[in-house]
Every structure is written in structure tokens, then in C-alpha cells.
Design a protein around this ligand. Structure first.
Ligand SMILES: [Cu+2]
Length: 167
């Protein structure tokens, strides 16, 4: 009895490690940085202050790092109900932030399920959805499908972007 429970624990561990290794093989790191020019930049792409979004292609399992350096002046990153140039409301339900549990949808719930999960959680509160200096990381979950729009909580439609699933 004792021996068999040890064996099954070993099997679970091995399966978990195999899953993690498989996931990380194709997953990539994406970095989105705020600049002192009130733009978002990523891999040579940029948003513009007159309304062009930063478009970042992602795959399931990718890790997106949102970065705000001390000399960029202070920005924040939050997800939206629609494109940033269409006066959208915030939609924080797209992200499971550190310290949150995924929300169980109800029959008349208009919110969509989370498709991003904050990782690397520590004791400090999440930087998601507020002005901050530093960084936080989001994992692209398996149910990520349609575009997720975001903007800076300070500069709004003058500083927005979109995560879109890589075909
Ligand atoms: Cu900003």
C-alpha cells in the first residue's frame, strides 16, 4: 500500500514535469514596455500618441512582461472591453491577477472568462490595473482566442494596444 502510493506520486510528478517541459518548448517571452514618449513598445513595434495601437502577437503558453521603468514617468496597464479608440470600459475579468481567484461565470454575467494569468506572484500586491513602476508577468492561457485590448490607466486612448493570437 505504502509502496504503491509512492509510485503514483512519482508518476504524477513525472507527468507534471513533462507537461511543463512541453509547454515551455514553444512558449516565448514577450515584453511590452512603456516609454517616456507616452507609447508602448514591443519587439520593434510601437503605439502612437495619436491613436495607433501597439499590436503584440501571442501564443498560448507565452509569458508577457509588462514593464514600466522609473524614467518613463509612470504608467499602468489594464485590459478593456473593446478597442482603446472606441471609448471602452475597463474589463479586468480578462486577467486573473495575483491574489485573485478566477471568477465563476453566472447565467446573466456579461463578463468574459480570464484568458491571462498573472504569474510570479509574491507577497506584494499586483501591479495590474494601476499606475506603477516596475514590472509584472502574464501567462497566455489555453482559452485565449479573441483579441484582448489594453491601455495605459493614465494616458488611456493615447496609449493603447492589443494582444492578438498568432495564427
Ligand atoms: Cu501611460
Amino acid at each position: 500500500m505504502k509502496k504503491s502510493s509512492k509510485t503514483s506520486l512519482l508518476l504524477v510528478c513525472t507527468a507534471t514535469m513533462a507537461t511543463l517541459a512541453g509547454g515551455s518548448a514553444s512558449a516565448e517571452m514577450r515584453t511590452i514596455s512603456a516609454t517616456d514618449q507616452f507609447t508602448w513598445i514591443s519587439a520593434g513595434q510601437t503605439s502612437t500618441t495619436n491613436g495607433a495601437p501597439l499590436v503584440v502577437k501571442v501564443k498560448k503558453g507565452d509569458v508577457v512582461t509588462i514593464q514600466v521603468s522609473k524614467d518613463s514617468g509612470g504608467h499602468g496597464w489594464v485590459t478593456l472591453k473593446g478597442p482603446g479608440n472606441q471609448n471602452p470600459d475597463e474589463d479586468r475579468s480578462r486577467v486573473v491577477a495575483c491574489g485573485e481567484k478566477p471568477k465563476a461565470p453566472t447565467a446573466n454575467d456579461q463578463t468574459k472568462p480570464a484568458v491571462l494569468r498573472e504569474i510570479g506572484c509574491t507577497d506584494k500586491p499586483s501591479n495590474f490595473g494601476q499606475e506603477f513602476i516596475g514590472s509584472f508577468q502574464l501567462e497566455v492561457l489555453d482559452n485565449f482566442q479573441e483579441d484582448v485590448n489594453f491601455w495605459c490607466v493614465v494616458h488611456l486612448s493615447g496609449m493603447w494596444g492589443r494582444l492578438t493570437l498568432e495564427p
